[in-house]
Design a protein around this ligand. Structure first.
Ligand code: MIG
Length: 798
């Protein structure tokens, strides 16, 4: 008898091994035993181990591997499990794990997870025909596809807003002139949001290997899947009941952007490359002479000596410090580019330091890997090692000493000529030794991290600005992101709006494209239209390749110069609104540019292909991107009421409208009941605006609030209560506008507030503080009154 059982077991075991070796997938199998562990539940299956932990009542983490789970390690996640399941209980067929918001059923045979909300509605469930499985080292998860399911997110991706029916891959790639349907691009953010049956959820697959997402492409509408070429099946499930809630939870888990320096929200002028010094100074002077506002100028690779990072070309820039002092005096901040490749040159300090300290990425045999980039043959710092990030960060002193405050990280996919750095290179991975296969997608993140942490400490209390091309989930903690080498076409312009919103849906608020297109020459119309869209894009930078025509705002003739001046001026008028919008994003993770699907998730029209590019810029502006030769636009206005920003014309929401869209008037609408704090035009954020805050309020029938925020824009003093924050409230039922009590010790830049009322018909005066004040009509739909902008609550009865 014993012998038979033994033989039976033996044959089962061999069968299993043969099965695995046969080239067929290994399937997770049924649960053999379970164990309650700290914050969760561990299970052993026939062919895998699982650990399910609770991070919050709406955030559950699922880890599954064929072998024992390894040390927990992530470059993206900044939180620990901090909550417990309310209950873990067993039934005949399943284990049930509950939190205050979610209900997980894990069936025993086979192991399958189904997640329900507190109303017992299924939000997400594993696809029963495809339990978790492995093909060699490739791990895959299949989930049931719901008939009406839509997908958002994945960061910087081409294609439609709704990712349903498509497949995507994550492998950070340098792809100049990428096609508008190309994949993969520069960033890896393996996070998506699913929406079906009026429920929402999110999944963050925290695996840095090459990952694939299939949102129902060739799956007979039955399932979606995500997989990785190696590493663990390791994902976080977010069960918040709104898209905004899922984004809030995702950015809680992976961190939010820090408060950027205010000057990085202004207009930025870049080109490959401005040099020598005289040209840079002339550029700055031209902006000031022409009274076109601008805050930042960039130096691309040609400022360096033979493309050696942290050096200056002595002929072109003999005295960087005095040049930067001149720029600062004119109200400009300077950013310079840095690439990861360190030139092999025995007279170059960075090469010598890296070599002697063994800071470079190595071949499996231990020798330093060599690849060629701009400087010629290079070694590459292993940014996945703390000591290397520290060294890298400290090296910026050669840029910060003369006064550079912006640090532009390029080529960090990483990229080298030929674009095929071997997967077998070795990385430290902060003690979890790994190959390029695991380190590739986090290389850019760690370069940006070293840059941010280093320059933040070097700038001694001033906020640095970091910009990166490559990144991984969590990149928002260190850097803004631009969408790489796009082209000067209408399609790219429209795609850029969607890509910025995609990044915003995935935690990266501070994003934008090269305005006007990096490659190729835009027409006058395209240049102007793209610039007008840039006004309402979080990151507002004009950049172009070395072989293109000049793209400064005055390079397209007088008309376009005048228009550009007006457009850029509008960005500066909006600065109080934009800065407050960034503050909100820092607090909540909600992006600055918000796809309409965030606020109007269940309004089908916001998903229509002809309306999918529309988005909210901050709480109260709706932007409708329009191609450059279109004089009219068909626009969808979602629920509520909308006022054309340029004319004040009112439109009832939930309707499609045809509106004028001449080159000088991009369709932008202010939300009914919305506040829009604005200021006078300044030439840069270093200049003080007039001391009156122009506070626009658009009449509507719903109560609404706006969080208004100011601080010095430059330092971290706000961490010590040195800010000025108050809530503006609109209460139409009681005909009240309230500027709430002020928090913080900072003094506002404004002494007065000019309340500009739009669409408040039949009202000729307001009462405040026991006084009656007449309203001054500014136009047929607009009237105003000026009040002191005092710190205590201001109640205005109309
Ligand atoms: O191989 O530094 O995307 O913005 O101007 C090209 C030169 C390297 C690529 C960047 C682009 C930058 C360019 N860089």
């Amino acid at each position: 008898m014993k012998k038979i059982i033994f033989l039976l077991l033996l044959s089962l075991a061999t069968w299993n091994i043969l099965y695995a070796q046969s080239g067929l997938p290994v399937i997770i199998g049924s649960i053999k035993n379970v164990k309650k562990v700290n914050h969760g539940f561990a299970a052993k299956m026939e062919n895998a181990r699982a650990l399910i932990t609770c991070y919050s009542p709406t955030i559950i983490r699922i880890r599954i591997d064929q072998k024992e789970l390894e040390d927990d390690f992530s470059y993206a996640v900044v939180q620990q499990p901090s909550s417990d399941f309310r209950e873990i209980k067993e039934t005949k067929e399943a284990w049930i794990l509950t939190t205050d918001s979610l209900y997980l059923e894990i069936t025993k045979n086979p192991f399958l997870i189904r997640i329900l909300n507190s109303g017992k509605q299924v939000i997400s469930e594993d696809y029963e025909k495809f339990p978790y499985s492995w093909l060699g080292t490739e791990a895959c998860c299949y989930k049931k596809l719901f008939p009406d399911e839509k997908f958002l997110g994945l960061g910087e991706k081409t294609g439609n807003l709704n990712k349903r029916g498509n497949k995507y891959e994550n492998w950070n790639s340098d792809v100049p002139a990428y096609a508008t349907n190309f994949d993969p691009l520069y960033q890896t953010i393996p996070f998506y949001i699913g929406i079906h049956d009026r429920v929402t959820y999110g999944i963050f697959f925290d695996n840095t290997y090459r990952t694939k997402f299939n949102f129902g492409a060739s799956t007979d509408e039955q399932f979606m899947s995500f997989s990785a070429s190696g590493g663990e099946m390791n994902y976080y499930f977010f069960g918040a009941s709104t898209v905004a809630g899922v984004i809030r939870d995702y950015t809680w888990l992976t961190g939010r952007m820090p408060m950027p320096p205010v000057w990085s929200l202004g207009y930025q002028q870049c080109r490959w490359s401005y040099y020598p010094e005289s040209e840079v100074i002339k550029l700055a002077e031209s902006f000031r002479e022409k009274q076109i506002p601008c805050d930042m100028i960039y130096l691309d690779i040609d400022y360096m000596d033979s493309y050696k990072i942290f050096t200056w070309n002595k002929e072109r820039f003999p005295q960087p410090e005095s040049m930067i002092r001149k720029l600062n005096a004119m109200g400009f901040h300077l950013a310079t580019i840095v690439d990861p490749g360190i030139k092999i040159d025995k007279d170059y300090f960075a090469y010598n330091e890296g070599l002697s300290n063994k800071y470079f990425v190595t071949y499996p045999g231990g020798e330093n890997y060599t690849g060629s980039v701009w400087p010629g043959r290079c070694h590459f710092p292993d940014f996945t090692r703390a000591a290397v990030r520290k060294w890298w960060g400290e090296s910026f002193t050669r840029l910060t000493e003369p006064g550079v405050e912006g640090f532009w990280n390029d080529m960090n996919e990483p990229s080298a000529w030929g674009q095929s750095i071997p997967d077998f290179l070795q990385f430290d991975n902060d003690g979890h030794k790994s190959s390029m296969a695991a380190a590739h997608n986090v290389y850019g993140l760690n370069m940006a991290r070293g840059t941010f942490e280093g320059t933040k400490s070097l700038l001694k209390g001033k906020r640095p600005f970091v910009l990166t091309r490559a990144g991984y989930a969590g990149i928002q903690r260190y850097s803004a992101v631009w969408t790489g080498d796009n082209e000067a076409t209408d399609d790219h312009m429209l795609l850029s709006a969607r890509m910025v919103c995609g990044l915003g849906l995935s935690g990266v608020s501070f994003a934008g494209p090269d305005l006007g297109g990096f490659i190729g020459n835009p027409s006058r119309e395209l240049y102007a239209r793209w610039l007008s869209l840039g006004v309402y894009t979080p990151f507002f930078r004009n950049h172009s390749a070395w072989d293109t025509k000049s793209k400064e705002p005055w390079s397209f003739g007088r008309d376009i110069e005048n228009l550009s001046k007006e457009l850029i001026s509008q960005r500066y008028r909006l600065m109080p609104y934009i800065y407050s919008g960034f503050y909100t994003s820092v607090q909540t993770g909600l992006p600055v540019a918000r796809a309409l699907a965030i606020n109007f998730t269940y309004d089908e029209k916001t998903w229509w292909l002809n309306y999918q590019d529309e988005y909210l810029f901050g709480d109260n502006l709706l932007v409708a991107p329009v191609s450059c030769n279109q004089d009219f636009a068909r626009v969808y206005l979602p629920e509520g009421g909308w006022y054309r920003l340029s004319s004040g014309e009112f439109y009832q929401g939930k309707q499609e409208v045809t509106v004028d869209a001449p080159l000088n008037d991009l369709p932008v609408f202010a939300r009914a009941s919305g506040f829009l704090p604005m200021q006078s035009v300044v030439q840069s954020t270093s200049e003080k605006p007039h001391d009156t805050l122009n506070l626009h309020i658009y009449s509507g029938d719903k109560a609404a609030a706006f969080l208004y925020y100011e601080d010095d824009g430059l330092t971290y003093e706000f961490e010590h209560n040195t800010f000025f924050k108050r809530e503006f409230r609109f209460d139409p039922a009681n005909k009240l506008i309230i500027l709430g009590n002020t928090e913080g010790t900072y003094n506002s830049a404004f002494n007065k507030v000019k309340l500009i009322l739009h669409g408040f018909h039949g009202i000729s005066m307001v009462k405040t503080d026991g006084r009656v004040l007449p309203l001054v009509p500014d136009s047929s739909s607009q009237q105003s009154v000026v009040l002191p902008f005092t710190k205590n609550e201001i109640r205005i009865q109309y």
